[in-house]
Design a protein around this ligand. Structure first.
Ligand SMILES: [Cu+2]
Length: 117
């Protein structure tokens, strides 16, 4: 009986950890190339950091055949790109002021964040 209770508590703790505290790994890069893979419902990495007032190029490679993933939108920067399957596409991020800029696919199944600081 005690073991069942302990196992149950451990499971609950694991569920709480997974859903409330677990954050997928982020990659923060200030310089150099940033490559994002579009796959399995997530941008990898989904959070990227770049320097303010300094443009950069981010490449996207779509590995998800669903057509919705084909469109990449960064509304605040007025960027709209088409990502053909399995092709690396360079997206030029213009020099921009500090802030958080969301990027996503057409239906927002894929979501990511561009942090400019
Ligand atoms: Cu989508």
């Amino acid at each position: 009986m005690l073991w069942i209770n302990l196992a149950g508590m451990a499971l609950i703790a694991l569920i709480i950890w997974w859903f409330w505290t677990y954050q997928p790994p982020n990659i923060a890069l200030q310089t150099g190339a940033i490559d994002i893979i579009v796959k399995d419902g997530v941008y990898q990495p989904s959070k990227i950091k770049i320097s303010a007032n300094k443009g950069t190029t981010v490449t996207f490679t779509r590995r998800d055949p669903s057509s919705c993933a084909e469109t990449l939108l960064i509304p605040d920067l007025e960027i709209n790109a088409t990502l053909p399957l399995n092709k690396q596409v360079s997206v030029v991020i213009p020099a921009s002021p500090q802030g958080c800029y969301a990027f996503h696919c057409q239906m927002k199944m894929y979501v990511g964040e561009l942090i400019i600081e």
